[in-house]
Design a protein around this ligand. Structure first.
Ligand code: PLP
Length: 455
């Protein structure tokens, strides 16, 4: 290794051949997934209304490694392996002895990590005979990623986009339309649930929970024509994202270092799980002691303020019930710019590990994340997604803490996406127009809205 190396690049040959399944090494028993109508453990037949059998098998699998199909690897090669970068200029600006590394998932064809699972999900749907997919999107990153993937596999796509984002972020809507997907602002008049919600509250900015309900309803009522695709939260989604952490393990080796702390922002938990699980495997099986830190917005503090309970995955109570740290399925978060982090719950795998003490969580206020994102842009040159800036904030805080303690701490964070389509958010930051995202939620607010389930 040369002294001033910045980039740690792998060749296409190093692209992982398998995904890593944390279920094989889960240190605590898995929590059940329940049918939203019966509140009994879910059956593959119920799930098959929404998902193809191959993905349901992955969802339930306890095999440690699952082969990545060659067709998926070929598409991954359009942007993978992504670079691991040493943020030397950020280190200098902070005057820290810490070594800061970041994995640049913003280098993907859609600009975020979400294409890692979009391509896999489109592939499995295609080979299982699905003709058309439905989905929701918050800020539009997931919709863009799935629109590209569906185009590659010649499938139709319908996207329900959270109305606030549809209104404020026209560019992602245009991207989605560029790949021939149909896109509707949610709540929409396309579904029973959307119409009901619009009647109650025509001004609703929408939420991910509502948009999920509309996409699920569309698939359920299609007589098997359409399946539903989710961009985060579920086991198979986190599984597909583990290419990130597996590449990082090789790249940290090239840098001749090993992270003391791995950081990722969490909306539903997929980019964090993707970078963290391969390192957790090293902790559990290899005796390493890397700290794994999930960062959430103060406006949706599910891990840090939510209740660990069974809750619906969506607002209309149509999606499966999952045991999650949740703010309640009808929680509508403040319209912060990190749209991809505005979800009431969290991936059950992340929740189990957080509850058992294997990962840490911290909630950060929106202005602090923009301050961090702008410093990152001014030093490293890349404008980060507002979601990713949550991870940057905590990476910077770790570096400053290391400085105070005089430690050469090795910090790795996931740059889950670039922010070139989030410039209006930066504009409101520069003009001092960020909304107040301080939030008081109490267990008494959340509890009455949870389903009563005895497990
Ligand atoms: C969607 C998104 C997130 C949040 O989703 P996770 O499933 O928690 O990873 C984070 N960053 C970016 C750039 C996103 O697009």
């Amino acid at each position: 290794m040369t002294k001033e190396q910045y980039k740690f690049l792998l060749s296409e040959h190093d692209l992982p051949k398998q995904w890593y399944n944390i279920n094989a090494d889960m240190p605590v028993p898995a929590t059940p997934v329940l049918n939203p109508q019966t509140k009994e453990p879910i059956t593959p037949e119920f799930l098959n209304v929404l998902f193809p059998m191959s993905l349901i098998e992955q969802e339930m699998s306890t095999d440690r490694y699952i082969d990545i199909p060659e067709e998926v690897r070929e598409i991954y090669k359009l942007w993978r392996p992504t670079p691991l970068m040493r943020a030397r200029r950020l280190e200098k600006a902070l005057g820290t002895p810490a070594h800061i590394y970041y994995k640049n998932e913003g280098a993907s064809i859609s600009g975020s990590h979400k294409t890692n699972t979009a391509v896999a999900q489109a592939y499995y749907n295609k080979i299982d005979g699905t003709r058309s997919l439905t989905t929701e999107t918050g800020a539009g990153q997931w919709g863009s990623a799935l629109a590209i993937a569906c185009k590659f596999f010649d499938m139709h796509l319908e996207v329900f986009m959270v109305r606030g984002s549809y209104r404020d972020k026209p560019y992602r809507r245009i991207i989605i339309q560029n790949y021939d997907a149909d896109i509707y602002p949610s709540p929409s008049a396309k579904t029973d649930y959307g119409r009901k919600f619009l009647a109650e509250n025509p001004e609703s900015p929408g939420s991910l929970g509502i948009a999920i309900s509309e996409a699920v309803e569309t698939a359920v009522k299609s007589d098997g024509e359409k399946k539903y695709s989710l961009g985060s939260v579920l086991n198979h989604v986190l599984l597909h994202q583990t290419v990130i952490g597996q590449e990082c393990l090789k790249q940290m080796e090239m840098a001749d270092e090993y992270p003391d702390v791995v950081i990722g922002c969490v909306g539903g938990g997929s980019n964090f799980g993707g970078i963290a699980f391969p390192f957790l495997h090293e902790n559990i099986k290899g005796g390493r002691t890397t700290r794994l830190v999930a960062v959430e917005p103060r406006a949706t503090p599910s891990l840090t303020k939510g209740l660990y309970a069974f809750d619906y995955g969506d607002t209309a109570k149509m999606a499966p019930i999952l045991k999650m740290f949740t703010l309640g399925h009808d929680f509508i978060p403040a319209p912060i710019h990190a749209g991809g982090l505005r979800y009431h719950g969290m991936a059950p795998q992340i929740c189990m590990l957080f509850d058992a003490g294997y990962i840490e969580a911290v909630a950060v206020p929106q202005p602090d994340t923009f301050e961090a994102g702008v410093l990152f842009a001014q030093t490293e040159g890349i404008i980060p997604a507002p979601e990713s800036s949550h991870a940057i904030r905590v990476a910077i805080d770790e570096a400053l803490d290391a400085k105070e303690k005089g430690e050469e701490r090795v910090i790795l964070f996931n740059l889950s996406g670039h922010g070139l389509l989030d410039l209006s958010a930066y504009d409101s930051y520069h003009q001092g127009h960020l909304i107040d995202d301080s939030l008081e939620v109490s267990p008494e607010d959340i509890k009455p809205r949870l389903p009563v389930v005895n497990f």
